[in-house]
Ligand binder design. Structure first.
Ligand SMILES: C[S@@+](CC[C@H](N)C(=O)[O-])C[C@H]1O[C@@H](n2cnc3c(N)ncnc32)[C@H](O)[C@@H]1O
Length: 232
């Protein structure tokens, strides 16, 4: 197995253990609205023009448990959506989520972004949120996706910024040090991380940042794992 394959296997194992995001499954379309997942709004924002058609082909690359995918289907009633992910566990939740809320214009593939060429055709909108920075070779990832973008199509990408995450990196290093060769056991990593936070004094900078910024979402182990014990 190459280094790159080993990283991808470790990432898939994390998300099989802790499918992300852990939002509850509903039996109705999700509440709220996000213009970035609406083809008309996103296209108009990027180009200053209305798109010539509404039956866009949309790709959700690294769909996780399908929170974004579900919005993409419901907010684009004429679109055909394809969603891919490396983690079979996350995909199973995504399928169940979309099935339960009636988001049926979607097909799922258990596929790495590196292999997206296997999906036929090209896409008008590619959504890739919180994924590229977890790839061992993000440039190869973004190129693979760009090759599937129709000329004139739009690409919505979200990636982490290093400077906004200094406290997260320090905590990741602390957990990895204490885990030693147990790294890769994500449940163990979550337990160790929670013990570190409990043991540090309240005025510690990591504790303060965690409290100010992340503690609400990190009550869930899935979020805590995604933040602090990620292999990549
Ligand atoms: C932080 S989650 C984001 C999920 C979703 N995009 C969202 O924003 O709710 C990252 C997802 O990317 C997937 N992933 C990581 N590397 C991938 C790859 N090479 N190909 C496809 N999916 C990948 C993981 O399995 C995981 O489900």
């Amino acid at each position: 197995m190459s280094d790159s394959q080993a990283v991808s296997a470790a990432v898939a194992k994390l998300y099989d253990t802790y499918p992300f995001p852990p939002e509850p499954l509903l039996d109705a379309p999700p509440p709220g609205y996000n213009w970035r997942w609406n083809w008309l709004a996103a296209y108009s924002f990027c180009t200053g023009r209305r798109p010539a058609f509404e039956d866009a082909r949309i790709l959700d690359a690294g769909c996780g448990t399908g929170v974004g995918t579900e919005y993409l289907v419901h907010l684009n009633p004429q679109a055909q959506v394809t969603a891919i992910d490396l983690s079979a566990g996350a995909l199973a939740v995504a399928k169940e989520r979309c099935h339960r809320s009636g988001a049926d214009r979607v097909e799922f593939h258990h596929l790495s972004i590196y292999d997206v060429a296997q999906v036929p055709g090209e896409f008008d909108l590619i959504n890739c949120v919180g994924v590229l920075h977890h790839m061992p070779d993000p440039i190869r990832g973004i190129q693979a996706l760009a090759n599937k973008l129709k000329p004139g199509g739009i690409f919505h990408i979200f990636v982490y910024a290093a400077l906004g995450r200094w406290e997260i990196q320090l905590m990741q290093e602390a957990i990895a040090l204490l885990q030693g060769d147990r790294r890769g056991d994500y449940r163990d990593g979550v337990q160790i991380g929670r013990k570190i936070f409990a043991a540090l004094p309240p005025d510690n900078r990591l504790v303060q940042r965690e409290k100010e910024r992340w503690s609400l979402e990190n009550q869930r182990d899935e979020n805590f794992a995604d933040m602090y014990v990620h292999p990549q």
